[in-house]
Design a protein around this ligand. Structure first.
Ligand code: NAD
Length: 378
């Protein structure tokens, strides 16, 4: 590998640009190739990577030899085709945005191809790398609460933003809200439980958001609120409370881990640019006003002595400004970059991506069928 690590971005919308910005912060890197079918999105991305070669077809981009790693940040339903094309024809590293794919059979097909792929494949699960979440994970591993028995995740936040071509308004494109958004939380639950899920029960509905929108005569069908309960093989259990019409919540994510020694929580605010900001453009980008800055926190509540211990977890301002995910995209890229330099190993595998999607799909099916779904049914 030359002195700079060279990246190709496939899909340069909101998340693709967050990747470009964070790759640039690493220093010895260069984005050398870009593909996006949307000219407007390209026009927003090119200034962030002015040296990149622009492609009109991702199949041509894949042939570019001036690339060390592919970053896939296209809509969920397009991941399978792009991954299949790279896995069948290439042997360079891949960072693929979550969810791995939108269907169980597609995830499994990718997992099979990945088995014989000669280069690292990393599924982008940024939430693992939010500083407060990383701290929570480290403390759980260090035994702060004892063996984790219960994991409770609450996400109360603003509605989905407008996306290019409105792909995120329909289950057919996203896999469903519990796949699209919540695979992050199912991934964290698996990591904390150090186990795989066996059974999922969920209740949810599209109750509030986007009901007045229509796309070629169709109303969006994605749910905006749900409760999900997950049983792990070991008997550990987890729950998710999701509400996506809760723009006013001070914290966006609250994650609790409970064991015989006590309770450990982390609380993470949403992006500053969306807090108390009313003047967004139609893609949810701030038109100038910067919202109030909120800090993450971590709280340990031992059973004895009583009294929670609260700590603030700060995130570097330059990292806050390079995306919507509390600096996590930067920290994830740091680790991925280590892998590209031969110094680390893949931390979020294709199997991690597959397992998180399976829990999300089971939860979506449970909502439709009003019954608990065994993961082995999928
Ligand atoms: N990990 C996270 O925290 C996180 C956050 C946001 C989005 N995402 C994921 O990133 C991906 C992109 O989401 P986004 O928010 O940037 O959406 P977006 O709509 O802002 O951007 C998607 C881009 O992909 C382009 N595109 C459409 N079809 C394509 C194709 N076949 N090949 C390549 N590009 C194509 C679109 O023109 C658009 O510019 C999704 O998979 C989403 O789930 C992850």
């Amino acid at each position: 590998m030359s002195s700079k690590v060279k990246y190709a971005i496939i899909g340069s919308g909101m998340m693709g640009r967050e990747h470009i910005q964070n790759i640039s912060l690493l220093g010895d890197t260069e984005v050398t190739a870009l593909f996006d079918p949307d000219d407007h999105q390209l026009s927003l991305s090119i200034p962030l990577a002015p040296q990149a070669t622009i492609y009109k077809d991702f199949r041509d981009l894949i042939k570019d030899t001036n690339v060390d790693a592919f970053v896939i940040a296209s809509p969920n339903h397009t991941h399978v085709e792009i991954l299949k094309e790279i896995l069948a024809n290439d042997s360079r590293a891949i960072l693929a945005e979550k969810p791995l794919c939108t269907k169980a059979e597609d995830c499994r097909a990718i997992a099979e191809l990945a088995d014989s792929y000669k280069a690292p494949i990393w599924v982008a699960m940024e939430y693992r790398y939010m500083p407060a979440v990383t701290e929570l994970l480290n403390r759980v591993r260090a035994g702060t609460v004892g063996d984790p028995k219960m994991i409770a995740v609450q996400e109360h936040r603003f509605p989905f933003l407008t996306k290019v071509g409105d792909w995120n308004r329909f289950n057919i494109n996203t896999g469903g809200t519990l796949v699209e958004k919540c695979c992050h939380f199912f991934d964290l639950m698996r990591l904390i439980a150090d186990d795989n899920a066996v059974r999922v029960y969920a209740s949810g509905a599209p109750d509030v958001n986007f009901l007045d929108e229509s796309y070629e005569g169709k109303t969006p069908d994605i749910i905006d609120n749900a409760f999900v309960i997950i049983d792990f093989a070991s008997g550990k259990r987890a729950s998710l409370s999701l509400c996506m019409f809760c723009d006013g919540s001070y914290f966006q994510e609250e994650i609790s881990v409970l064991g015989a020694k006590g309770k450990l929580e982390c609380r993470v605010p949403g992006p500053d640019r969306l807090w108390a900001v009313d003047n967004l453009d139609d893609l949810g980008h701030s038109t100038g006003f910067t919202g109030e800055h909120r800090e993450s926190e971590i709280v340990f509540s031992p059973r004895s002595p009583k009294g929670p211990i609260r700590e603030t977890v700060r995130v570097d301002t330059s990292l806050q400004l390079a995306g919507d995910h509390q600096g996590s995209t930067f920290y994830q890229h740091q680790r991925f970059h280590d892998v590209l330099r031969g110094k680390g190993k893949v931390e979020v595998t294709v199997d991690d991506g597959l397992q998180a999607v399976l829990i999300g799909l089971a939860a979506e099916q449970s909502i439709r069928e009003h019954r608990a779904i065994e993961i082995k049914e999928l």
